[in-house]
Write a protein that binds this ligand. Sequence first.
Ligand SMILES: CC(C)(COP(=O)(O)OP(=O)(O)OC[C@H]1O[C@@H](n2cnc3c(N)ncnc32)[C@H](O)[C@@H]1OP(=O)(O)O)[C@@H](O)C(=O)NCCC(=O)NCCS
Length: 187
Amino acid sequence: MDRGDSERHGAPEEYRTDRSGPPGAALVVRSLSPTEAATRLDELVALVLRSKASWGYDAAFMSRFAATSVTRELVGAHRVCLVALLGERPVGLAVADDEGSRAWLEDLWVDPPSFGCGVGRALFDAILDVARSWGREVLELESDPHAEGFYLAMGARRTGTRPSSLAPDRPLPLLRYDLEVARQPPG
Ligand SMILES: CC(C)(COP(=O)(O)OP(=O)(O)OC[C@H]1O[C@@H](n2cnc3c(N)ncnc32)[C@H](O)[C@@H]1OP(=O)(O)O)[C@@H](O)C(=O)NCCC(=O)NCCS
């Protein structure tokens, strides 16, 4: 997700769940209030920038990315912001909106040292819980091209592409997760 131009509003909801994460460590995913996000903003923006940079984008791209709305995304423009914590340490973030006909996953970030430990899955599963609590049947998102495999592994499917505002030659996959179908038992 490279950040769209639209701004969405909504109150954050209370959410907390214990999830499996790295072996031997308790991973908690909970909602982050706009006030807490504002208090911890530098730490959280640094996590987002480390996460995005992990794909090897050059300095010019990262500077365009950093100049967009990272801060606004984290401090309350969205319906729910979830943080994944190992102890007191944030290791991931996810931001989503209820758009009425669908839930929209705006962002999902894992701190690179915690890649491959289930933090992304824990955040995605938590967002699915929230989207179901809103009564939505689909969750949609625009993916960083490098992250598409993650969302496909989570059960999403590609529905199209959209040009990136940050790099026109880098189309962004549009993905959909069907909450109702995914909830049915196998067989
Ligand atoms: C994409 C991202 C969220 C994955 O987080 P993660 O914590 O490493 O993922 P998990 O450990 O929970 O992996 C869950 C599954 O997805 C798979 N997976 C993870 N990243 C993948 C990728 N880039 N491509 C394909 N599969 C991937 C894992 O192999 C794992 O599969 P398994 O359960 O069958 O073993 C993380 O790499 C990230 O934050 N990247 C940078 C920021 C970014 O691009 N975010 C997405 C913006 S749209």
